[in-house]
Write a protein that binds this ligand. Structure first.
Ligand code: CTP
Ligand code: ZN
Length: 157
C-alpha cells in the first residue's frame, strides 16, 4: 500500500457508494438528506486513489439501504457509481446505478410559467435527452436543464 493512501474502516451493515467521480462525493449526503439532524452515520472519502479512475470519492452510510428514488438521485450526480450493500461486513449486492429515462418528482422546472410551478397538484417530470453531458428536458414545457443547473438545484444553491 502506498504511504499516501488513506484507508477508512469497513462498515458492518449499510451502503457503500463507490466510484463517484472525484469532487461529487460531498454533495451526496446533502441530496440524501443526511446531516447532523438525520442522525445517519456516514463518511465521505474525497480523492481516494483508484486504479481505474485516478481519483474517486466514496460515501459509506451505516445501517441504511438506499431506496429506488434515492438511487436515482445518486445516478443524477454520479452516473458511474457502484452501490454496494453490506451485511455483516460482507458485500451482499453490488450494482451500478442506472439513470432512468424519466425523472419524476425530484427536481423543479426552471421555467416559472411551467404548469409544474403553478399547479400545486402537478408532479414534475423530465426526460433524459442526453447522458454525457447530462441534459434533462421538462416533459411539460420542454425547457432544458443542464448538469450545472441540476447540481445547483440539488445542492440548494
Ligand atoms: N466496504 C466497506 N465495508 C465492508 C465491505 C466493503 O466499506 N464491510 C467497501 C470497500 O472499502 C469498497 C466497497 O465497499 O470501497 C466495495 O467493496 P469490495 O467489493 O470488497 O471492493 P472491490 O472488489 O474493490 O470493489 P469493485 O470491484 O466494485 O471496485
Ligand atoms: Zn417545465
Amino acid at each position: 500500500m502506498s504511504e499516501d493512501k488513506l484507508t477508512i474502516s469497513k462498515i458492518r451493515d449499510g451502503t457503500v457508494i463507490d466510484h463517484i467521480a472525484a469532487g461529487k462525493g460531498l454533495i451526496i449526503p446533502h441530496i440524501l438528506g443526511m446531516n447532523v439532524d438525520s442522525e445517519d452515520i456516514f463518511t465521505v472519502l474525497v480523492n481516494a486513489q483508484s486504479s481505474h479512475m485516478g481519483k474517486k470519492d466514496i460515501v459509506k452510510i451505516q445501517n441504511r439501504e438506499l431506496k429506488e428514488k434515492e438511487l436515482n438521485l445518486v445516478a443524477l450526480i454520479a452516473s458511474d457509481a457502484t452501490i454496494n450493500i453490506i451485511k455483516n461486513f460482507k458485500v451482499t449486492d453490488k450494482r451500478k446505478v442506472v439513470l432512468p429515462k424519466h425523472i419524476e418528482g425530484l427536481l423543479k422546472c426552471l421555467n416559472s410559467s411551467c404548469i409544474t410551478n403553478n399547479d400545486p397538484e402537478a408532479t414534475t417530470s423530465f426526460d433524459v435527452v442526453s447522458r454525457a453531458p447530462l441534459v434533462l428536458q421538462c416533459s411539460y414545457c420542454s425547457i432544458d436543464m443542464n448538469e450545472l443547473e441540476i447540481l445547483n438545484q440539488l445542492s440548494g444553491k
